[in-house]
Design a protein around this ligand. Structure first.
Ligand code: ATP
Ligand code: MG
Length: 268
Protein backbone atom coordinates (compact mmCIF):
# COMPACT_ATOMS: atom_id res chain seq x y z
CA UNK A 1 0.00 0.00 0.00
CA UNK A 2 1.40 3.41 -0.90
CA UNK A 3 1.51 5.93 1.93
CA UNK A 4 -0.27 9.24 1.31
CA UNK A 5 1.87 12.37 1.74
CA UNK A 6 2.18 13.27 5.46
CA UNK A 7 0.03 16.42 5.47
CA UNK A 8 0.80 18.84 8.30
CA UNK A 9 -2.29 20.37 9.92
CA UNK A 10 -2.16 23.33 12.32
CA UNK A 11 -5.26 23.17 14.52
CA UNK A 12 -6.42 26.42 16.16
CA UNK A 13 -9.07 25.34 18.68
CA UNK A 14 -10.04 24.73 22.29
CA UNK A 15 -9.10 21.84 24.53
CA UNK A 16 -11.83 19.34 25.50
CA UNK A 17 -10.76 17.58 28.71
CA UNK A 18 -13.08 14.69 27.82
CA UNK A 19 -11.03 14.01 24.69
CA UNK A 20 -14.01 13.62 22.35
CA UNK A 21 -14.07 16.97 20.58
CA UNK A 22 -11.87 20.06 20.34
CA UNK A 23 -8.09 19.85 20.09
CA UNK A 24 -8.04 16.27 21.40
CA UNK A 25 -10.60 15.00 18.87
CA UNK A 26 -8.84 16.97 16.14
CA UNK A 27 -5.39 15.50 16.88
CA UNK A 28 -6.75 11.95 16.94
CA UNK A 29 -8.54 12.48 13.64
CA UNK A 30 -5.52 13.97 11.86
CA UNK A 31 -3.23 11.21 13.16
CA UNK A 32 -5.63 8.37 12.24
CA UNK A 33 -5.78 9.66 8.68
CA UNK A 34 -2.00 9.68 8.42
CA UNK A 35 -1.41 13.40 8.95
CA UNK A 36 0.72 15.37 11.37
CA UNK A 37 -1.16 17.52 13.91
CA UNK A 38 0.23 20.66 15.57
CA UNK A 39 -1.83 23.03 17.71
CA UNK A 40 -2.50 26.58 18.86
CA UNK A 41 -4.78 26.12 21.87
CA UNK A 42 -7.37 28.91 22.19
CA UNK A 43 -9.09 27.88 25.43
CA UNK A 44 -9.19 25.20 28.07
CA UNK A 45 -12.61 23.75 28.74
CA UNK A 46 -13.65 21.53 31.62
CA UNK A 47 -16.01 19.04 30.04
CA UNK A 48 -17.11 15.45 29.74
CA UNK A 49 -19.94 13.68 27.96
CA UNK A 50 -22.45 15.47 30.22
CA UNK A 51 -21.45 18.99 29.26
CA UNK A 52 -19.09 21.93 29.67
CA UNK A 53 -18.71 23.27 33.22
CA UNK A 54 -15.89 25.80 32.77
CA UNK A 55 -14.17 27.69 29.96
CA UNK A 56 -10.87 29.52 30.33
CA UNK A 57 -9.80 31.47 27.24
CA UNK A 58 -6.05 31.91 26.72
CA UNK A 59 -4.50 35.31 25.95
CA UNK A 60 -4.70 36.10 22.20
CA UNK A 61 -0.96 36.84 21.98
CA UNK A 62 -0.23 33.39 23.45
CA UNK A 63 -2.55 31.78 20.90
CA UNK A 64 -0.89 33.65 18.05
CA UNK A 65 2.61 32.82 19.37
CA UNK A 66 1.79 29.08 19.39
CA UNK A 67 0.64 29.25 15.79
CA UNK A 68 3.64 31.29 14.64
CA UNK A 69 6.06 28.94 16.41
CA UNK A 70 4.54 26.04 14.46
CA UNK A 71 4.29 27.80 11.10
CA UNK A 72 7.78 29.30 11.22
CA UNK A 73 9.52 26.01 11.98
CA UNK A 74 7.44 22.89 11.33
CA UNK A 75 5.19 24.41 8.68
CA UNK A 76 1.63 23.48 7.74
CA UNK A 77 -0.12 22.17 4.63
CA UNK A 78 -3.60 23.04 5.98
CA UNK A 79 -5.10 24.94 8.89
CA UNK A 80 -8.22 24.07 10.86
CA UNK A 81 -10.00 26.45 13.22
CA UNK A 82 -12.52 25.40 15.86
CA UNK A 83 -13.60 27.13 19.08
CA UNK A 84 -12.49 30.78 19.03
CA UNK A 85 -14.54 32.21 21.90
CA UNK A 86 -14.29 35.98 21.57
CA UNK A 87 -13.42 38.85 19.22
CA UNK A 88 -9.74 39.08 20.22
CA UNK A 89 -9.28 35.35 19.58
CA UNK A 90 -11.00 35.58 16.20
CA UNK A 91 -8.61 38.41 15.33
CA UNK A 92 -5.59 36.34 16.44
CA UNK A 93 -6.78 33.38 14.35
CA UNK A 94 -7.27 35.64 11.31
CA UNK A 95 -3.69 36.91 11.71
CA UNK A 96 -2.45 33.30 11.75
CA UNK A 97 -4.41 32.52 8.59
CA UNK A 98 -2.77 35.53 6.96
CA UNK A 99 0.66 34.45 8.22
CA UNK A 100 0.05 31.12 6.49
CA UNK A 101 -1.17 32.80 3.30
CA UNK A 102 -1.75 30.30 0.50
CA UNK A 103 -2.29 27.36 2.88
CA UNK A 104 -5.89 26.05 2.75
CA UNK A 105 -7.94 26.74 5.88
CA UNK A 106 -10.96 24.79 7.10
CA UNK A 107 -13.05 27.06 9.33
CA UNK A 108 -15.52 25.31 11.65
CA UNK A 109 -17.64 28.18 13.04
CA UNK A 110 -18.17 26.56 16.45
CA UNK A 111 -20.79 28.34 18.57
CA UNK A 112 -22.51 25.94 20.95
CA UNK A 113 -21.34 22.63 22.46
CA UNK A 114 -23.53 19.54 22.02
CA UNK A 115 -24.68 19.93 25.65
CA UNK A 116 -25.77 23.55 25.05
CA UNK A 117 -22.84 25.59 26.44
CA UNK A 118 -21.96 28.76 24.51
CA UNK A 119 -18.47 28.56 22.96
CA UNK A 120 -18.60 31.86 21.07
CA UNK A 121 -19.41 35.28 22.53
CA UNK A 122 -22.37 36.64 20.48
CA UNK A 123 -20.34 39.86 20.18
CA UNK A 124 -17.81 37.89 18.09
CA UNK A 125 -20.32 36.84 15.45
CA UNK A 126 -19.64 39.75 13.12
CA UNK A 127 -15.87 39.16 13.48
CA UNK A 128 -16.37 35.52 12.42
CA UNK A 129 -18.44 36.75 9.46
CA UNK A 130 -15.98 39.41 8.33
CA UNK A 131 -12.58 37.97 9.35
CA UNK A 132 -12.87 34.16 9.28
CA UNK A 133 -15.39 33.29 6.58
CA UNK A 134 -13.71 35.19 3.70
CA UNK A 135 -10.37 33.56 4.64
CA UNK A 136 -11.81 30.02 4.65
CA UNK A 137 -11.10 27.55 1.87
CA UNK A 138 -13.89 25.46 3.38
CA UNK A 139 -16.51 26.60 5.93
CA UNK A 140 -18.30 23.82 7.87
CA UNK A 141 -21.36 25.19 9.71
CA UNK A 142 -23.99 22.98 11.32
CA UNK A 143 -27.62 23.96 10.82
CA UNK A 144 -28.01 26.29 13.86
CA UNK A 145 -24.67 27.99 13.07
CA UNK A 146 -25.72 28.53 9.45
CA UNK A 147 -29.04 29.99 10.66
CA UNK A 148 -27.28 32.35 13.10
CA UNK A 149 -24.71 33.47 10.52
CA UNK A 150 -27.29 34.14 7.78
CA UNK A 151 -30.49 34.97 9.66
CA UNK A 152 -32.24 32.37 7.48
CA UNK A 153 -34.20 29.34 8.74
CA UNK A 154 -32.26 26.07 8.32
CA UNK A 155 -34.61 23.14 8.79
CA UNK A 156 -34.82 21.39 5.42
CA UNK A 157 -32.48 20.38 2.60
CA UNK A 158 -33.66 23.39 0.59
CA UNK A 159 -32.91 25.62 3.58
CA UNK A 160 -29.37 24.15 3.68
CA UNK A 161 -29.03 25.04 0.03
CA UNK A 162 -30.27 28.63 0.47
CA UNK A 163 -28.22 29.37 3.59
CA UNK A 164 -25.18 27.72 1.99
CA UNK A 165 -25.49 30.00 -1.04
CA UNK A 166 -25.76 33.05 1.26
CA UNK A 167 -22.62 31.95 3.12
CA UNK A 168 -20.74 31.33 -0.15
CA UNK A 169 -21.51 34.97 -1.01
CA UNK A 170 -19.44 36.01 2.03
CA UNK A 171 -16.32 34.79 0.23
CA UNK A 172 -15.15 31.33 1.36
CA UNK A 173 -13.88 28.91 -1.29
CA UNK A 174 -16.57 26.37 -0.40
CA UNK A 175 -19.23 25.65 2.21
CA UNK A 176 -20.00 22.23 3.67
CA UNK A 177 -23.49 22.50 5.16
CA UNK A 178 -23.88 19.77 7.78
CA UNK A 179 -27.27 18.16 8.17
CA UNK A 180 -26.75 16.48 11.55
CA UNK A 181 -29.31 18.75 13.26
CA UNK A 182 -32.09 18.33 10.68
CA UNK A 183 -34.95 15.88 11.24
CA UNK A 184 -35.39 12.61 9.32
CA UNK A 185 -33.99 9.06 8.97
CA UNK A 186 -31.64 10.11 6.18
CA UNK A 187 -28.84 12.54 6.81
CA UNK A 188 -27.44 14.80 4.12
CA UNK A 189 -24.44 17.11 4.11
CA UNK A 190 -24.21 19.51 1.19
CA UNK A 191 -20.90 20.71 -0.30
CA UNK A 192 -21.42 23.97 -2.17
CA UNK A 193 -18.88 25.72 -4.40
CA UNK A 194 -19.22 28.23 -7.21
CA UNK A 195 -19.14 25.21 -9.56
CA UNK A 196 -22.21 23.55 -8.01
CA UNK A 197 -23.14 21.17 -5.21
CA UNK A 198 -22.29 17.64 -4.11
CA UNK A 199 -24.51 15.65 -1.72
CA UNK A 200 -23.14 13.32 0.93
CA UNK A 201 -26.00 11.18 2.08
CA UNK A 202 -26.55 8.18 4.31
CA UNK A 203 -28.69 6.70 7.07
CA UNK A 204 -28.89 8.69 10.30
CA UNK A 205 -27.22 6.52 12.92
CA UNK A 206 -29.25 6.22 16.11
CA UNK A 207 -26.66 6.92 18.79
CA UNK A 208 -26.05 9.27 21.70
CA UNK A 209 -22.31 8.94 21.00
CA UNK A 210 -21.96 11.81 18.55
CA UNK A 211 -19.88 14.23 20.66
CA UNK A 212 -17.22 15.71 18.42
CA UNK A 213 -18.60 14.70 15.02
CA UNK A 214 -18.23 18.26 13.73
CA UNK A 215 -14.64 18.60 14.96
CA UNK A 216 -13.70 15.24 13.45
CA UNK A 217 -15.32 16.09 10.12
CA UNK A 218 -13.55 19.45 9.78
CA UNK A 219 -10.18 18.02 10.88
CA UNK A 220 -10.53 15.11 8.47
CA UNK A 221 -11.29 17.55 5.65
CA UNK A 222 -8.20 19.61 6.59
CA UNK A 223 -6.06 16.46 6.63
CA UNK A 224 -7.23 15.49 3.17
CA UNK A 225 -6.47 18.95 1.80
CA UNK A 226 -3.06 18.87 3.52
CA UNK A 227 -2.33 15.53 1.84
CA UNK A 228 -3.24 16.89 -1.57
CA UNK A 229 -6.70 15.37 -2.03
CA UNK A 230 -9.08 17.53 -4.04
CA UNK A 231 -11.94 19.14 -2.09
CA UNK A 232 -14.60 16.56 -2.96
CA UNK A 233 -12.20 13.69 -2.26
CA UNK A 234 -11.22 15.20 1.10
CA UNK A 235 -14.86 15.67 2.14
CA UNK A 236 -15.87 12.17 0.96
CA UNK A 237 -13.10 10.53 3.00
CA UNK A 238 -13.93 12.74 6.01
CA UNK A 239 -17.62 11.82 5.80
CA UNK A 240 -16.81 8.11 5.76
CA UNK A 241 -14.33 8.52 8.63
CA UNK A 242 -16.96 10.17 10.87
CA UNK A 243 -19.69 7.70 9.89
CA UNK A 244 -17.51 4.72 10.84
CA UNK A 245 -16.37 6.45 14.03
CA UNK A 246 -19.99 6.83 15.19
CA UNK A 247 -20.74 3.17 14.32
CA UNK A 248 -17.97 1.83 16.55
CA UNK A 249 -18.16 4.48 19.32
CA UNK A 250 -16.90 2.95 22.58
CA UNK A 251 -19.98 3.88 24.64
CA UNK A 252 -18.20 5.99 27.24
CA UNK A 253 -19.90 8.43 29.61
CA UNK A 254 -23.48 9.06 30.66
CA UNK A 255 -24.29 11.76 28.08
CA UNK A 256 -23.11 12.53 24.55
CA UNK A 257 -20.20 10.09 24.41
CA UNK A 258 -17.14 10.25 22.16
CA UNK A 259 -16.56 8.61 18.79
CA UNK A 260 -14.15 5.81 18.02
CA UNK A 261 -11.49 8.02 16.47
CA UNK A 262 -9.15 5.04 16.30
CA UNK A 263 -11.29 2.78 14.09
CA UNK A 264 -8.75 2.71 11.23
CA UNK A 265 -6.44 0.76 13.53
CA UNK A 266 -9.07 -2.02 13.64
CA UNK A 267 -8.12 -2.94 17.13
CA UNK A 268 -11.60 -4.08 18.11
N1 ATP B 1 -26.62 10.53 13.96
C1 ATP B 1 -25.75 10.67 12.96
N2 ATP B 1 -25.61 9.67 12.05
C2 ATP B 1 -24.73 9.81 11.02
N3 ATP B 1 -23.98 10.89 10.82
C3 ATP B 1 -24.08 11.92 11.69
C4 ATP B 1 -24.97 11.86 12.81
N4 ATP B 1 -24.86 13.02 13.51
C5 ATP B 1 -23.94 13.76 12.85
N5 ATP B 1 -23.48 13.11 11.75
C6 ATP B 1 -22.50 13.59 10.80
O1 ATP B 1 -21.47 14.18 11.55
C7 ATP B 1 -21.00 15.36 10.94
C8 ATP B 1 -21.20 16.54 11.88
O2 ATP B 1 -22.53 16.97 11.76
P1 ATP B 1 -23.31 17.84 12.82
O3 ATP B 1 -24.39 18.55 12.08
O4 ATP B 1 -23.69 16.99 13.99
O5 ATP B 1 -22.15 18.86 13.24
P2 ATP B 1 -21.92 19.63 14.58
O6 ATP B 1 -23.21 20.02 15.18
O7 ATP B 1 -20.97 20.72 14.26
O8 ATP B 1 -21.21 18.57 15.51
P3 ATP B 1 -20.60 18.92 16.97
O9 ATP B 1 -21.75 18.99 17.90
O10 ATP B 1 -19.68 17.79 17.22
O11 ATP B 1 -19.91 20.24 16.85
C9 ATP B 1 -21.77 15.49 9.64
O12 ATP B 1 -21.05 14.90 8.59
C10 ATP B 1 -23.03 14.71 9.91
O13 ATP B 1 -23.58 14.22 8.73
MG1 MG C 1 -19.74 21.74 15.56
Amino acid sequence: MTRPPLGRVLIIAGSDSGGGAGIQGDIKTVAMLGGYAATAVTAITVQNSLGVSRVHGLPPDLIEAQGRAVLDDLGADALKTGMLGDVATVEAAARLLDHAAGVPAVVDPVMIAKGGAALLDPMALSAVRSLMIPRASLLTPNAPEAATLTGLPVETLDDLRRAGAALLDLGPGAVLMKGGHLAGDRLTDLLITSAGETLFEGARLVSRHTHGTGCALASACATGLAQGLDLTGAVARAWNYVHQAILTAPGLGGGHGPLDHGWPLQRR
